[in-house]
Design a protein around this ligand. Structure first.
Ligand code: ATP
Length: 427
Protein backbone atom coordinates (compact mmCIF):
# COMPACT_ATOMS: atom_id res chain seq x y z
CA UNK A 1 0.00 0.00 0.00
CA UNK A 2 1.17 3.53 -0.69
CA UNK A 3 1.88 5.95 2.11
CA UNK A 4 0.40 9.40 2.65
CA UNK A 5 3.94 10.81 2.44
CA UNK A 6 4.17 9.59 -1.15
CA UNK A 7 0.86 11.25 -2.03
CA UNK A 8 1.68 14.52 -0.26
CA UNK A 9 5.06 14.63 -1.95
CA UNK A 10 3.66 13.96 -5.44
CA UNK A 11 0.91 16.52 -4.85
CA UNK A 12 3.51 19.16 -4.01
CA UNK A 13 6.06 18.15 -6.67
CA UNK A 14 3.60 18.19 -9.54
CA UNK A 15 1.42 21.08 -8.41
CA UNK A 16 -1.75 19.36 -7.21
CA UNK A 17 -1.93 20.61 -3.60
CA UNK A 18 0.23 23.00 -1.58
CA UNK A 19 0.04 23.82 2.13
CA UNK A 20 -2.01 27.02 2.62
CA UNK A 21 -0.02 30.17 3.49
CA UNK A 22 3.15 28.12 3.06
CA UNK A 23 5.53 31.09 2.88
CA UNK A 24 4.43 31.96 6.43
CA UNK A 25 4.96 28.43 7.69
CA UNK A 26 1.55 27.09 6.64
CA UNK A 27 -1.83 27.44 8.36
CA UNK A 28 -3.30 24.35 9.98
CA UNK A 29 -6.33 22.94 8.19
CA UNK A 30 -6.05 25.04 5.02
CA UNK A 31 -4.75 23.91 1.63
CA UNK A 32 -4.27 25.47 -1.81
CA UNK A 33 -4.78 23.68 -5.09
CA UNK A 34 -2.04 24.20 -7.68
CA UNK A 35 -2.19 24.23 -11.50
CA UNK A 36 -2.93 20.49 -11.80
CA UNK A 37 -5.03 20.27 -8.63
CA UNK A 38 -7.47 22.94 -9.72
CA UNK A 39 -8.01 21.06 -12.99
CA UNK A 40 -8.58 17.72 -11.26
CA UNK A 41 -10.98 19.27 -8.76
CA UNK A 42 -12.86 21.17 -11.48
CA UNK A 43 -13.14 18.00 -13.56
CA UNK A 44 -14.60 16.13 -10.58
CA UNK A 45 -17.12 18.90 -9.99
CA UNK A 46 -18.02 19.06 -13.69
CA UNK A 47 -18.59 15.29 -13.87
CA UNK A 48 -20.70 15.44 -10.72
CA UNK A 49 -22.84 18.30 -12.07
CA UNK A 50 -23.27 16.50 -15.37
CA UNK A 51 -24.47 13.34 -13.68
CA UNK A 52 -26.61 14.98 -10.99
CA UNK A 53 -28.12 17.92 -12.89
CA UNK A 54 -27.73 17.77 -16.70
CA UNK A 55 -28.59 14.10 -17.06
CA UNK A 56 -31.78 14.43 -15.00
CA UNK A 57 -35.02 16.24 -15.62
CA UNK A 58 -35.97 16.34 -11.94
CA UNK A 59 -32.97 18.30 -10.63
CA UNK A 60 -31.96 21.98 -10.86
CA UNK A 61 -28.99 23.78 -9.35
CA UNK A 62 -28.41 26.76 -7.06
CA UNK A 63 -25.38 28.62 -5.76
CA UNK A 64 -26.27 30.19 -2.41
CA UNK A 65 -24.15 32.61 -0.41
CA UNK A 66 -21.63 31.40 2.16
CA UNK A 67 -22.76 33.81 4.87
CA UNK A 68 -26.45 33.72 5.68
CA UNK A 69 -28.62 35.31 8.31
CA UNK A 70 -27.74 33.83 11.72
CA UNK A 71 -31.47 33.02 12.03
CA UNK A 72 -30.89 30.25 9.48
CA UNK A 73 -28.43 28.51 11.81
CA UNK A 74 -30.63 29.01 14.84
CA UNK A 75 -33.53 27.38 13.03
CA UNK A 76 -31.46 24.54 11.53
CA UNK A 77 -30.18 23.57 14.96
CA UNK A 78 -26.53 24.11 14.08
CA UNK A 79 -25.89 26.68 16.82
CA UNK A 80 -27.08 24.20 19.45
CA UNK A 81 -26.31 20.80 18.05
CA UNK A 82 -23.53 21.03 15.46
CA UNK A 83 -20.94 19.89 17.92
CA UNK A 84 -18.18 17.38 18.36
CA UNK A 85 -17.26 15.94 21.77
CA UNK A 86 -13.83 17.24 22.73
CA UNK A 87 -11.28 15.92 25.23
CA UNK A 88 -7.97 17.53 26.13
CA UNK A 89 -4.71 15.79 26.99
CA UNK A 90 -3.76 17.02 30.48
CA UNK A 91 -0.05 16.59 29.69
CA UNK A 92 0.35 18.61 26.50
CA UNK A 93 -3.10 20.26 26.18
CA UNK A 94 -3.69 18.93 22.70
CA UNK A 95 -7.36 18.49 21.92
CA UNK A 96 -8.98 15.49 20.27
CA UNK A 97 -12.39 14.31 19.25
CA UNK A 98 -13.60 11.86 21.85
CA UNK A 99 -15.17 9.69 19.14
CA UNK A 100 -11.92 9.33 17.15
CA UNK A 101 -10.58 6.39 19.15
CA UNK A 102 -7.64 5.69 16.83
CA UNK A 103 -6.28 9.24 17.16
CA UNK A 104 -6.64 9.06 20.94
CA UNK A 105 -4.83 5.74 21.10
CA UNK A 106 -2.03 7.03 18.88
CA UNK A 107 -1.63 10.02 21.18
CA UNK A 108 -1.56 7.78 24.26
CA UNK A 109 1.23 5.78 22.63
CA UNK A 110 3.19 9.00 22.07
CA UNK A 111 3.03 9.60 25.83
CA UNK A 112 3.76 5.94 26.58
CA UNK A 113 0.14 5.55 27.74
CA UNK A 114 0.64 7.89 30.75
CA UNK A 115 -2.10 10.27 29.76
CA UNK A 116 -4.97 11.74 31.61
CA UNK A 117 -7.85 13.27 29.69
CA UNK A 118 -10.26 16.02 30.64
CA UNK A 119 -13.98 15.25 30.74
CA UNK A 120 -15.56 15.40 27.27
CA UNK A 121 -17.29 18.66 26.40
CA UNK A 122 -19.19 19.80 23.35
CA UNK A 123 -17.41 22.03 20.90
CA UNK A 124 -19.38 23.91 18.27
CA UNK A 125 -17.98 23.61 14.75
CA UNK A 126 -19.45 26.81 13.29
CA UNK A 127 -16.86 29.43 12.30
CA UNK A 128 -17.76 32.90 13.56
CA UNK A 129 -17.23 36.05 11.51
CA UNK A 130 -17.84 39.66 12.49
CA UNK A 131 -19.49 42.10 10.08
CA UNK A 132 -19.99 45.85 10.06
CA UNK A 133 -17.73 48.73 11.09
CA UNK A 134 -19.11 49.92 14.42
CA UNK A 135 -18.70 48.06 17.73
CA UNK A 136 -20.20 45.73 18.70
CA UNK A 137 -19.86 44.15 15.31
CA UNK A 138 -22.57 41.88 14.07
CA UNK A 139 -21.81 38.20 14.61
CA UNK A 140 -22.48 35.86 11.70
CA UNK A 141 -21.19 32.45 10.60
CA UNK A 142 -19.44 30.90 7.64
CA UNK A 143 -21.72 28.05 6.63
CA UNK A 144 -20.91 24.73 8.28
CA UNK A 145 -22.70 22.84 5.52
CA UNK A 146 -23.87 24.11 2.14
CA UNK A 147 -27.24 22.42 2.60
CA UNK A 148 -29.14 25.21 4.35
CA UNK A 149 -28.82 27.49 1.29
CA UNK A 150 -30.93 24.97 -0.61
CA UNK A 151 -33.71 24.97 1.99
CA UNK A 152 -33.81 28.76 2.26
CA UNK A 153 -34.37 28.85 -1.52
CA UNK A 154 -36.88 25.99 -1.60
CA UNK A 155 -39.83 28.28 -2.30
CA UNK A 156 -37.90 30.48 -4.75
CA UNK A 157 -36.93 27.46 -6.81
CA UNK A 158 -40.48 26.12 -6.94
CA UNK A 159 -41.90 29.53 -7.87
CA UNK A 160 -39.31 30.16 -10.58
CA UNK A 161 -39.15 26.68 -12.15
CA UNK A 162 -42.59 25.13 -11.51
CA UNK A 163 -40.84 21.98 -10.26
CA UNK A 164 -43.18 19.53 -8.61
CA UNK A 165 -42.42 17.02 -5.91
CA UNK A 166 -40.51 14.73 -6.29
CA UNK A 167 -37.61 16.91 -7.40
CA UNK A 168 -34.12 17.83 -6.29
CA UNK A 169 -31.83 20.83 -5.87
CA UNK A 170 -28.09 20.42 -6.37
CA UNK A 171 -25.29 22.64 -5.16
CA UNK A 172 -21.50 22.71 -5.00
CA UNK A 173 -19.67 25.14 -2.74
CA UNK A 174 -17.39 25.89 0.15
CA UNK A 175 -18.15 25.04 3.76
CA UNK A 176 -16.17 25.79 6.91
CA UNK A 177 -15.79 23.90 10.17
CA UNK A 178 -13.76 24.79 13.17
CA UNK A 179 -12.35 21.25 13.28
CA UNK A 180 -10.56 20.33 16.49
CA UNK A 181 -8.00 18.11 14.82
CA UNK A 182 -7.52 18.90 11.15
CA UNK A 183 -5.31 16.27 9.60
CA UNK A 184 -4.59 13.48 7.15
CA UNK A 185 -3.62 16.00 4.49
CA UNK A 186 -6.73 17.56 2.93
CA UNK A 187 -9.02 14.91 4.45
CA UNK A 188 -10.02 16.96 7.47
CA UNK A 189 -9.67 20.65 6.64
CA UNK A 190 -11.21 23.76 8.12
CA UNK A 191 -12.24 25.04 4.70
CA UNK A 192 -13.52 22.53 2.17
CA UNK A 193 -15.98 22.05 -0.64
CA UNK A 194 -19.13 19.97 -0.70
CA UNK A 195 -21.26 18.68 -3.58
CA UNK A 196 -24.79 17.91 -2.55
CA UNK A 197 -28.17 16.90 -3.84
CA UNK A 198 -31.22 17.57 -1.67
CA UNK A 199 -34.16 15.56 -2.96
CA UNK A 200 -37.70 16.36 -1.83
CA UNK A 201 -40.34 13.64 -1.59
CA UNK A 202 -43.78 13.07 -0.11
CA UNK A 203 -43.48 12.13 3.57
CA UNK A 204 -43.99 8.42 3.01
CA UNK A 205 -41.64 5.64 4.10
CA UNK A 206 -41.99 3.63 0.90
CA UNK A 207 -41.06 6.56 -1.34
CA UNK A 208 -38.24 7.74 0.95
CA UNK A 209 -36.72 4.26 1.22
CA UNK A 210 -36.80 3.80 -2.52
CA UNK A 211 -35.09 7.17 -3.19
CA UNK A 212 -32.51 6.42 -0.46
CA UNK A 213 -31.68 3.11 -2.19
CA UNK A 214 -31.49 4.76 -5.64
CA UNK A 215 -29.21 7.45 -4.27
CA UNK A 216 -26.82 4.90 -2.81
CA UNK A 217 -26.60 3.10 -6.14
CA UNK A 218 -26.29 6.29 -8.16
CA UNK A 219 -23.41 7.59 -6.08
CA UNK A 220 -21.51 4.30 -5.86
CA UNK A 221 -21.89 3.78 -9.64
CA UNK A 222 -20.54 7.28 -10.25
CA UNK A 223 -17.29 6.60 -8.38
CA UNK A 224 -16.92 3.27 -10.18
CA UNK A 225 -17.63 4.84 -13.60
CA UNK A 226 -14.76 7.25 -12.98
CA UNK A 227 -12.39 4.42 -12.29
CA UNK A 228 -12.28 4.00 -8.50
CA UNK A 229 -11.36 0.48 -7.45
CA UNK A 230 -14.42 -1.42 -6.23
CA UNK A 231 -12.56 -3.19 -3.41
CA UNK A 232 -11.58 0.19 -1.97
CA UNK A 233 -15.19 1.34 -1.56
CA UNK A 234 -17.89 0.33 0.88
CA UNK A 235 -21.05 1.58 2.57
CA UNK A 236 -21.29 1.93 6.33
CA UNK A 237 -24.54 2.58 8.16
CA UNK A 238 -24.45 5.01 11.10
CA UNK A 239 -25.37 3.66 14.51
CA UNK A 240 -28.06 5.43 16.56
CA UNK A 241 -25.42 7.24 18.65
CA UNK A 242 -23.45 8.74 15.75
CA UNK A 243 -26.24 10.18 13.61
CA UNK A 244 -26.27 13.95 13.07
CA UNK A 245 -29.04 15.89 14.80
CA UNK A 246 -31.08 16.07 11.58
CA UNK A 247 -30.70 12.46 10.42
CA UNK A 248 -33.39 9.78 10.55
CA UNK A 249 -31.05 7.41 8.75
CA UNK A 250 -27.47 7.79 7.47
CA UNK A 251 -25.04 5.72 5.45
CA UNK A 252 -21.53 6.74 4.51
CA UNK A 253 -19.53 5.83 1.47
CA UNK A 254 -16.06 5.00 2.76
CA UNK A 255 -12.71 4.65 1.03
CA UNK A 256 -9.91 2.33 2.09
CA UNK A 257 -7.34 5.10 2.64
CA UNK A 258 -3.75 4.63 3.89
CA UNK A 259 -5.07 5.95 7.25
CA UNK A 260 -7.96 3.44 7.36
CA UNK A 261 -11.53 3.23 6.02
CA UNK A 262 -12.77 6.83 5.88
CA UNK A 263 -16.06 8.53 5.05
CA UNK A 264 -16.10 10.80 2.04
CA UNK A 265 -19.79 10.97 1.23
CA UNK A 266 -22.89 10.72 3.38
CA UNK A 267 -26.35 9.67 2.26
CA UNK A 268 -28.87 11.00 4.73
CA UNK A 269 -32.58 10.77 5.35
CA UNK A 270 -33.21 14.19 6.92
CA UNK A 271 -36.96 13.68 7.27
CA UNK A 272 -38.88 16.95 7.60
CA UNK A 273 -36.32 18.35 10.09
CA UNK A 274 -35.08 21.28 8.02
CA UNK A 275 -38.21 22.40 6.17
CA UNK A 276 -40.28 22.17 9.35
CA UNK A 277 -37.71 24.19 11.31
CA UNK A 278 -37.75 26.86 8.57
CA UNK A 279 -41.59 26.72 8.58
CA UNK A 280 -41.67 25.78 4.91
CA UNK A 281 -44.30 23.56 3.38
CA UNK A 282 -45.40 22.41 -0.06
CA UNK A 283 -48.78 22.63 -1.73
CA UNK A 284 -49.45 20.17 -4.51
CA UNK A 285 -50.64 22.31 -7.47
CA UNK A 286 -52.99 19.60 -8.72
CA UNK A 287 -54.54 18.15 -5.56
CA UNK A 288 -54.05 21.21 -3.30
CA UNK A 289 -52.76 18.78 -0.67
CA UNK A 290 -50.38 20.53 1.76
CA UNK A 291 -47.53 18.83 3.55
CA UNK A 292 -43.92 19.20 4.71
CA UNK A 293 -41.79 17.16 2.30
CA UNK A 294 -39.08 14.81 3.49
CA UNK A 295 -35.52 15.31 2.30
CA UNK A 296 -33.11 12.66 1.09
CA UNK A 297 -29.63 13.99 0.71
CA UNK A 298 -26.33 12.94 -0.70
CA UNK A 299 -23.46 15.04 0.59
CA UNK A 300 -20.04 14.45 -0.91
CA UNK A 301 -16.76 16.16 -0.15
CA UNK A 302 -14.98 17.55 -3.19
CA UNK A 303 -11.60 17.62 -1.42
CA UNK A 304 -11.97 14.13 0.01
CA UNK A 305 -13.02 12.80 -3.43
CA UNK A 306 -10.07 14.56 -5.05
CA UNK A 307 -7.72 13.02 -2.48
CA UNK A 308 -9.16 9.53 -2.92
CA UNK A 309 -9.15 9.73 -6.73
CA UNK A 310 -5.46 10.66 -6.44
CA UNK A 311 -4.68 7.84 -4.02
CA UNK A 312 -6.62 5.33 -6.09
CA UNK A 313 -4.85 6.37 -9.29
CA UNK A 314 -1.34 6.37 -7.77
CA UNK A 315 0.52 3.39 -9.20
CA UNK A 316 4.11 2.45 -8.54
CA UNK A 317 5.81 0.54 -11.32
CA UNK A 318 9.40 -0.61 -11.56
CA UNK A 319 10.63 2.42 -13.43
CA UNK A 320 7.99 5.06 -12.82
CA UNK A 321 5.12 6.47 -10.77
CA UNK A 322 1.99 6.83 -12.86
CA UNK A 323 -1.34 8.41 -11.99
CA UNK A 324 -3.91 6.24 -13.72
CA UNK A 325 -6.67 8.81 -13.48
CA UNK A 326 -9.76 8.34 -15.62
CA UNK A 327 -9.13 10.42 -18.78
CA UNK A 328 -12.17 12.59 -18.00
CA UNK A 329 -10.58 13.54 -14.66
CA UNK A 330 -7.00 13.93 -15.88
CA UNK A 331 -5.78 17.56 -15.63
CA UNK A 332 -4.23 17.44 -19.10
CA UNK A 333 -5.75 15.18 -21.73
CA UNK A 334 -2.76 15.44 -24.06
CA UNK A 335 0.89 16.49 -24.03
CA UNK A 336 2.53 17.42 -27.32
CA UNK A 337 6.29 17.10 -27.88
CA UNK A 338 8.70 17.73 -30.73
CA UNK A 339 11.06 14.71 -30.84
CA UNK A 340 14.02 17.10 -30.67
CA UNK A 341 13.73 20.58 -29.23
CA UNK A 342 16.51 22.03 -31.40
CA UNK A 343 14.98 21.13 -34.76
CA UNK A 344 13.01 24.14 -35.95
CA UNK A 345 10.74 22.19 -38.30
CA UNK A 346 9.73 19.70 -35.57
CA UNK A 347 9.07 22.48 -33.04
CA UNK A 348 6.96 24.41 -35.52
CA UNK A 349 4.85 21.39 -36.43
CA UNK A 350 4.45 20.33 -32.78
CA UNK A 351 3.25 23.84 -31.88
CA UNK A 352 0.73 23.70 -34.73
CA UNK A 353 -0.63 20.37 -33.46
CA UNK A 354 -0.72 21.75 -29.89
CA UNK A 355 -2.53 24.94 -30.96
CA UNK A 356 -5.19 22.89 -32.69
CA UNK A 357 -5.74 20.36 -29.90
CA UNK A 358 -5.87 22.93 -27.11
CA UNK A 359 -9.05 24.34 -28.65
CA UNK A 360 -10.83 21.09 -27.78
CA UNK A 361 -8.89 19.63 -24.83
CA UNK A 362 -6.81 20.94 -21.99
CA UNK A 363 -3.34 20.25 -23.40
CA UNK A 364 0.27 20.95 -22.58
CA UNK A 365 3.41 21.39 -24.63
CA UNK A 366 6.84 20.20 -23.53
CA UNK A 367 10.09 20.72 -25.42
CA UNK A 368 12.48 20.32 -22.49
CA UNK A 369 14.92 17.49 -21.78
CA UNK A 370 14.71 14.15 -23.50
CA UNK A 371 11.60 12.25 -24.40
CA UNK A 372 11.98 9.75 -21.53
CA UNK A 373 11.95 12.53 -18.94
CA UNK A 374 8.92 14.12 -20.57
CA UNK A 375 7.04 10.81 -20.38
CA UNK A 376 7.90 10.45 -16.68
CA UNK A 377 6.63 13.96 -15.93
CA UNK A 378 3.37 13.36 -17.82
CA UNK A 379 2.89 9.96 -16.14
CA UNK A 380 3.05 11.65 -12.74
CA UNK A 381 0.61 14.31 -13.93
CA UNK A 382 -1.79 11.60 -15.14
CA UNK A 383 -1.80 12.74 -18.79
CA UNK A 384 -3.41 9.90 -20.77
CA UNK A 385 -1.78 10.59 -24.15
CA UNK A 386 1.60 11.97 -25.20
CA UNK A 387 1.95 12.91 -28.88
CA UNK A 388 5.36 13.22 -30.50
CA UNK A 389 6.08 14.98 -33.76
CA UNK A 390 9.11 13.34 -35.41
CA UNK A 391 10.95 13.33 -38.74
CA UNK A 392 8.34 11.06 -40.36
CA UNK A 393 5.48 13.45 -39.52
CA UNK A 394 6.28 15.66 -42.50
CA UNK A 395 6.15 12.61 -44.81
CA UNK A 396 3.19 10.58 -43.50
CA UNK A 397 1.15 13.31 -41.73
CA UNK A 398 1.13 11.19 -38.53
CA UNK A 399 2.37 11.55 -34.96
CA UNK A 400 3.28 8.89 -32.39
CA UNK A 401 0.62 8.56 -29.70
CA UNK A 402 1.85 6.93 -26.50
CA UNK A 403 -0.67 5.50 -24.04
CA UNK A 404 -0.02 6.37 -20.37
CA UNK A 405 -1.15 3.07 -18.88
CA UNK A 406 0.16 0.51 -21.37
CA UNK A 407 3.07 2.60 -22.72
CA UNK A 408 2.03 1.29 -26.15
CA UNK A 409 2.58 3.53 -29.13
CA UNK A 410 0.68 3.94 -32.37
CA UNK A 411 0.81 6.29 -35.33
CA UNK A 412 -2.26 8.50 -35.76
CA UNK A 413 -2.96 11.03 -38.55
CA UNK A 414 -2.79 14.62 -37.42
CA UNK A 415 -6.22 15.13 -39.05
CA UNK A 416 -7.74 12.38 -36.89
CA UNK A 417 -6.26 13.39 -33.53
CA UNK A 418 -9.27 15.31 -32.20
CA UNK A 419 -11.58 12.44 -33.02
CA UNK A 420 -9.10 9.88 -31.60
CA UNK A 421 -8.87 11.66 -28.25
CA UNK A 422 -12.60 12.34 -28.05
CA UNK A 423 -13.42 8.68 -28.69
CA UNK A 424 -10.96 7.53 -26.05
CA UNK A 425 -12.25 10.03 -23.49
CA UNK A 426 -15.74 8.64 -23.90
CA UNK A 427 -14.74 4.98 -23.86
P1 ATP B 1 -16.63 13.56 9.80
O1 ATP B 1 -17.36 12.53 10.66
O2 ATP B 1 -15.48 12.99 9.04
O3 ATP B 1 -16.30 14.82 10.55
P2 ATP B 1 -19.22 14.37 8.90
O4 ATP B 1 -20.00 13.12 9.09
O5 ATP B 1 -19.32 15.45 9.90
O6 ATP B 1 -17.66 14.00 8.67
P3 ATP B 1 -20.97 15.45 6.94
O7 ATP B 1 -21.47 16.49 7.86
O8 ATP B 1 -21.84 14.30 6.61
O9 ATP B 1 -19.54 14.94 7.47
O10 ATP B 1 -20.46 16.19 5.60
C1 ATP B 1 -20.63 15.62 4.34
C2 ATP B 1 -19.30 15.51 3.61
O11 ATP B 1 -18.56 16.73 3.67
C3 ATP B 1 -18.36 14.48 4.21
O12 ATP B 1 -18.66 13.19 3.74
C4 ATP B 1 -17.03 14.95 3.70
O13 ATP B 1 -16.76 14.48 2.39
C5 ATP B 1 -17.17 16.45 3.67
N1 ATP B 1 -16.53 17.00 4.88
C6 ATP B 1 -17.05 17.16 6.10
N2 ATP B 1 -16.18 17.69 6.96
C7 ATP B 1 -15.03 17.88 6.24
C8 ATP B 1 -13.74 18.41 6.56
N3 ATP B 1 -13.46 18.86 7.77
N4 ATP B 1 -12.79 18.45 5.59
C9 ATP B 1 -13.07 18.00 4.34
N5 ATP B 1 -14.27 17.50 3.98
C10 ATP B 1 -15.25 17.43 4.92
Amino acid sequence: MISMDEIVSLAKRRGFVFPGSEIYGGYRGFWDYGPLGVELKNNIKREWWKSMVYEREDVVGVDASIIMSPSVWEASGHLDAFTDPLVECKVCHKRFREDKKEEIEAHEKEHKEEVEWTEGRSFNLMTEVFLGVTEPKEKAYLRGEITQGVFTNFKNVIDSTSKKIPFGIAQIGKAFRNEITPGNFTYRSREFEQMELEYFVKPEDKEADSVFGEMKKLRMDWYLSLGMTKENLRFREHGEDEKAHYAKRAEDIEYNAPFGWSEFEGIHHRGDWDLARHKLAYKDPETNEEYTPWVLETSGGVDRSTLFFLIDAYTKEEDRVVLKLHPRLAPYKVAVFPLLANKEELVEKAKQVFDKLRLSFHSTYDGRGNIGKRYLAQDEAGTPWCLTVDFDTEKDGKVTVRDRDTKEQERVSVDKLTEYIQNNLDR
